[in-house]
Write a protein that binds this ligand. Structure first.
Ligand code: FRU
Length: 493
């Protein structure tokens, strides 16, 4: 089995485990000066199966060191599905000398129907993030008959001095509170009449954002991902903006009924933020889609995570939108700036950046005029992927139809156009539009308009990237373009 880091399509700065299948990031916590990343992991196969929590640590969110498996299935708890970790500073659960980390996760006990294991919320605890003990008295929230009941996310709600859990159940989420992480009380449910119910709700997140507007000081965002049933046309991540009082989430009137998408691409699922990080919210997603994650052409490894992204909430028009940018640590990965050559075509200018052997490339530029700019990734002579940024309609199209591989059954979608959220339809944009794109061997992430637009797309081509070209009606339409080779951060010791 080829577990080298240069195995085909393996990204250089995005996290993948050394070998085999991964899905959701989970249990994320900053602890003892390290970011701990746990992830849904099948150690014995490149397909989903008996779920464990794999584990890796990093000081900077990009250089990851894989550790031993943190949590493994057992007959009493079942498989270890997604969950979250918190720092139990006051030892409320009673398992520590002074304090430690508690993980709330879904234990999934196999039943006769492989699609519906019995799902219950369980507790494990640790003082170093590596060695975990399971709470021995069974689940902390047993299943009351729901086929889908999973992915507990726990936060500490300071005003009420209480733990709060949000957990998905079918096509809604439930909120629970607890004083000790062991005994939980159901306080409310949200979602039956809100948002999209195309796919079952999974992996909820709940955030408090402090905002700089003068009248409103804080806003809450409830975010869920859509799993089985979600069409492969979108990533299926949706969020609602509103208020939360420790017991119940109430969406703003503007946010009622209609949810907003967190990622405008195809491949961004189950994103989770690191707990215990002060002054910024950083999350990371599973860069894949439930509909075809098993069909990707990689062998020794399968599936990767997105870039870690910092989340903000922005006020636009009458509403709030999340904005995402790659974590600032990404800037230190730039190690060589690439030079271009320019070609004047009949009605446009093409600026080309030849790439020689680098797998991870960042491109940053600003579109100065109301025009369409086309950024093309060239894989050998024949194959391409294209990003069209339309600064008149404020749409961005990602087209992966000509990348040269057609192996994903009928689930894979080739092209997607999305509006930049938060900018009113039909209004011609006068401000310059900054765009930032990251290519990493088989993944493209596009950020635009201060992160109001973020999109993730897996792109597999038989050939390596050999050049990037930027085509605009004239050079005045483009501000400075900077293209950087990025330092590889993922390596095996
Ligand atoms: C999301 C998900 C979660 C579940 C986990 C199982 O991708 O389906 O809802 O906990 O994967 O691996």
């Amino acid at each position: 089995m080829d577990t080298r880091y240069d195995a085909a399509w393996r990204p250089n700065i995005h996290f993948t485990p050394r070998k085999n299948w991964m899905n959701d990031p989970c249990g994320l916590i900053y602890w003892n000066s390290e970011y701990h990343l746990y992830f849904q992991y099948h150690p014995y196969s490149n397909n989903w199966g008996s779920m464990h929590w794999g584990h890796a640590v990093s000081n900077d969110l990009f250089h990851w060191k894989e550790k031993d498996i943190a949590l493994s299935p057992d007959p009493q708890t079942g498989n270890i599905f997604t969950g979250s970790s918190v720092w139990d500073k006051e030892n409320t659960c009673g398992y520590f000398q002074t304090s430690g980390i508690a993980a709330l996760y879904t234990g999934a006990i196999p039943t006769n129907d492989p699609a519906y294991p019995l799902q219950q919320q369980c507790l494990a605890y640790s003082t170093d993030g590596c060695t975990w003990e399971k709470h021995a008295d069974g689940p902390v929230i047993p299943n009351d008959g729901s086929p889908d009941f999973r992915d507990p996310k726990v936060i500490y709600y300071e005003p009420g001095k209480t733990w709060v859990m949000v957990v998905s159940m079918g096509y809604e989420v439930r909120f629970y509170t607890s004083a000790n992480l062991i005994h939980w009380k159901h306080t409310s449910s949200f979602g039956k009449e809100y948002g999209s119910h195309q796919g079952v709700w999974e992996c909820p997140e709940l955030y408090k954002f402090t905002i700089d507007a003068t009248t409103v000081r804080e806003k809450w965002v409830l975010l869920v991902h859509s799993g089985a049933g979600q069409a492969p046309d979108t990533s299926g991540s949706q969020y609602f903006v509103g208020d939360f009082d420790g017991r119940e989430f109430v969406p703003d009137p503007e946010s009622e009924k209609e949810s907003k998408a967190a990622d405008q691409g195809f491949d961004f699922h189950a994103a989770q933020s690191w707990s215990n990080v002060e002054s910024r919210i950083i999350w990371i997603g599973w860069a894949s889609h439930t509909a075809y994650s098993h069909d990707l052409p990689t062998k020794s490894w399968r599936n990767m995570l997105s870039l870690p992204r910092e989340l903000k909430l922005m006020h636009r028009g009458d509403d709030y939108y999340i904005a995402q940018k790659p974590a600032a640590e990404a800037e230190s990965l730039r190690f060589r700036q690439l030079n271009s050559h320019r070609t004047r075509l009949a009605a446009s200018t093409e600026i080309t950046y030849p790439i020689r052997g680098s797998n991870a490339i960042e491109l940053v530029c600003t579109i100065q005029k109301p025009t369409t700019v086309i950024i093309t990734y060239h894989f050998g002579q024949r194959y391409t992927a294209e990003v069209q940024v339309n600064n008149i309609e404020q749409t961005i199209t990602i087209d992966r139809s000509n990348a040269g591989m057609d192996i994903y059954g009928n689930h894979w979608r080739y092209k997607r156009t999305a509006r930049i959220p938060g900018i009113a339809a039909g209004v011609q944009r006068q401000e310059p539009l900054p765009v930032q794109l990251f290519w990493d061997n088989s993944i493209l992430e596009v950020f635009a308009a201060s992160g109001l637009y973020a999109a993730t797309a897996l792109i597999f081509s038989p050939n390596k990237l050999e050049g990037i070209s930027v085509c605009a009606e004239n050079e005045d339409a483009l501000g400075d373009i900077n293209v950087y080779e990025l330092r590889q951060t993922m390596e095996f010791a």
